[in-house]
Design a protein. Structure first.
Length: 222
């Protein structure tokens, strides 16, 4: 149940702090997904809320759902127009040479029968732009704030690994899981979302770093 992970709710919108490991859509392996829990998020409405955007299975944080069809159309249009402000935090497997910058690296999807699909940098791919800033350094690793200006699949994971040369800790696709090769969770979190609205105040929601971020997480993080 997700009742204790509600960050915002009104007649139009619902924002939850999605836990890491919860798929948004039903995966082939049969793992329970957000889609299976949607009915529990009606909160008195006749229909469950609808997904406006998606987070990867192992990415936690702010996830917006629309509570009626009109809101879903408006919110989806805002994402398509690039007017939604999104902030993520990630721990990298090292420290960037600079303190901040902009990654402008186009991306494309490739697939093979043996390796499945992945996203790669490609000159003729879809434009992808990410602003970034180092916030803290602990033990030779950096906590970086990412502000994507586009919304490509796996954008931050590929921009970290290929744009900065430092994969996100726990990323099994674009970098080693950790320095020793063990299995650790993906340290990527959607920490803030700002959705503008024409006739109402913007939805401005933040989700604190979870406990899996270790020393980078606030004391008492769940």
């Amino acid at each position: 149940m997700l009742d204790d992970r509600i960050l915002y709710i009104d007649a139009e919108a619902l924002v939850i702090d999605k836990p890491s490991g919860l798929p948004v859509d039903r995966p082939r392996d049969g793992t329970p997904a957000l889609a299976d829990l949607a009915d529990s998020l009606r909160f008195g409405f006749a229909r469950p809320p609808g997904l406006v955007h998606r987070l990867d299975r192992d990415t936690s944080g702010c996830l917006l759902l629309a509570r009626n069809h009109g809101a879903h159309r408006r919110f989806s249009a805002s994402f398509a127009e690039g007017t939604v402000a999104k902030t993520y935090h990630a721990v990298l497997a090292g420290v960037p040479e600079d303190e901040s910058g902009v990654i402008d690296l186009s991306l494309s999807k490739v697939s093979s029968a043996s390796g499945g699909w992945r996203i790669i940098p490609a000159r003729k791919g879809k434009p992808a732009v990410t602003h970034w800033q180092v916030e803290r350094v602990i033990g030779g690793r950096a906590l970086v704030r990412f502000e994507p200006k586009t919304g490509r699949t796996h954008q931050l994971r590929v921009h970290a690994a290929s744009g900065l040369g430092l994969p996100i800790i726990g990323d099994p696709t674009y970098g080693p899981t950790d320095d020793a090769g063990g299995d650790v969770p993906l340290l990527l979190h959607a920490s803030r979302l700002v959705m503008p609205r024409r006739t109402k105040p913007a939805i401005d929601v933040a989700a604190p770093l979870p406990a899996r971020f270790g020393a980078f997480a606030p004391a008492g993080a769940g």
